[in-house]
Design a binder for this molecule. Structure first.
Ligand code: SF4
Length: 178
């Protein structure tokens, strides 16, 4: 006679077993599994992000669907689109208002390097003003590339202490820093 288990998911796998871990690892796991992105979307790349957030590509599979438009509630800034020099101080202020540990993804040619807007109005890469953790190429990047970038940040988050120390040692100084 077959025994049919009515339990599902983690209960079926772990049963009554006990898991031990370090507090830091548990916190990192919780953080990487529930990132709250802030989208600084200014142009076509932001439209591509809408695909990432919608059902076909479904960013919620990675626990990052809670998009927030307050920097105080977000830990991942995604810059998607062309950034003009006039917008640069606003972007910097929003970044500064986010609490640590915070992460930055520069999505698409315009955010990474100014793209084909090689002119006096356009910031030639957001890393001129804030530190960037992951760059995504493309014009625009495919939704899969956004998801890949998110997974790269999740990997960095798995062992954040070492990475954040390295990032601090680089002593980033942007051109808007005093
Ligand atoms: S990288 Fe291409 S798609 Fe993205 S904002 Fe610039 S021009 Fe638009």
């Amino acid at each position: 006679m077959a025994i049919i288990s009515t339990t599902q998911g983690e209960e079926a796998i772990f049963g009554d077993s006990v898991i031990t871990t370090k507090l830091d690892s548990a916190i990192s796991w919780a953080r990487e599994s529930s990132m709250w992105p802030y989208i600084f979307g200014t142009a076509c790349c932001a439209i591509e992000f809408m695909s990432v957030a919608s059902s076909k590509f479904d960013i919620s599979r990675f626990g990052a669907e809670v998009v927030r438009f307050s920097p105080r509630q977000a830990d991942l800034m995604i810059i998607a689109g062309t950034i003009s020099n006039k917008q640069a101080p606003i972007l910097k202020r929003i970044y500064d208002q986010m609490t640590e540990p915070k992460w930055v993804m520069s999505a698409g040619a315009c955010a990474c390097s100014g793209g084909f807007y090689d002119n006096y109005t356009t910031l030639q890469g957001v890393d001129e003003i804030i530190p960037v953790d992951v760059y995504i190429s493309g014009c625009p990047p495919r939704p899969e590339a956004f998801l890949d970038g998110l997974m790269q940040i999740q990997k960095l988050q798995a062992k954040p202490a070492k990475y954040l120390q390295q990032r601090a040692k680089r002593e980033f100084k942007g051109r808007l820093d005093a």
